[in-house]
Design a protein around this ligand. Structure first.
Ligand SMILES: Cc1cc2nc3c(=O)[nH]c(=O)nc-3n(C[C@H](O)[C@H](O)[C@H](O)COP(=O)(O)O)c2cc1C
Length: 153
């Protein structure tokens, strides 16, 4: 946050906050897709909220979180206190992805280092056991019973 005026004044001096303001202003509701670090939400998410004020007001916000065992639960609980300060209306339900980087969630381009794309996206290699690989891939993990489904809390 590097604007000289309080966001409640809506006197933005830079182009980026002006564009962020217009974008948030034009939305009716929000979904925050967020991770958790050391039991908390990330600094960039907090910064993105802090840049504005009235633009968030009285709009619903839902949460999709991911992370380790907790799946971002604590970060979601923390951010609720922040969003109500700018008068957003947080939904009690959240969609959680525990152990998102390593287990049963099968993301499509979810992370920068792994690719678990499956057909119809063409891959250039084959793992030899029927599963396919593309250039920066590892074999797709076996399909668990609950693949693709997170948890409602
Ligand atoms: C320093 C550090 C602390 C973390 N703390 C938590 C945590 O408290 N709870 C959790 O669920 N995951 C935790 N994680 C796991 C991250 O949430 C996970 O790696 C996530 O995929 C990061 O998402 P991002 O790369 O999109 O920011 C932590 C990871 C790191 C590197």
């Amino acid at each position: 946050m590097d604007e000289p005026n309080h966001p409640a004044q809506r006197k933005y001096t830079k182009e980026q906050p002006r564009r962020w303001s217009a974008r948030v202003d034009s939305a009716d509701a929000f979904v925050f897709v967020m991770s958790e670090y050391d039991y908390g939400f990330s600094a960039p998410l907090k910064n993105a909220i802090d840049y504005l004020h009235h633009e968030w007001g009285y709009k619903p916000v839902g949460f999709v979180s991911y992370g380790g065992i907790s799946g971002g639960t604590r970060a979601v609980q923390m951010i609720k206190q922040v969003v109500t300060t700018v008068r957003m209306m947080p939904l009690p339900e959240a969609y959680l992805f525990p152990l998102s980087a390593s287990s049963w969630v099968r993301p499509v381009n979810f992370g920068p280092t792994r690719c678990w794309r499956r057909p119809p996206t063409p891959c250039s290699k084959s793992s030899g056991d029927g599963r396919r690989l593309c250039d920066r891939c590892e074999p797709s993990p076996p399909e668990p019973a609950s693949a693709g489904r997170g948890q409602f809390r």
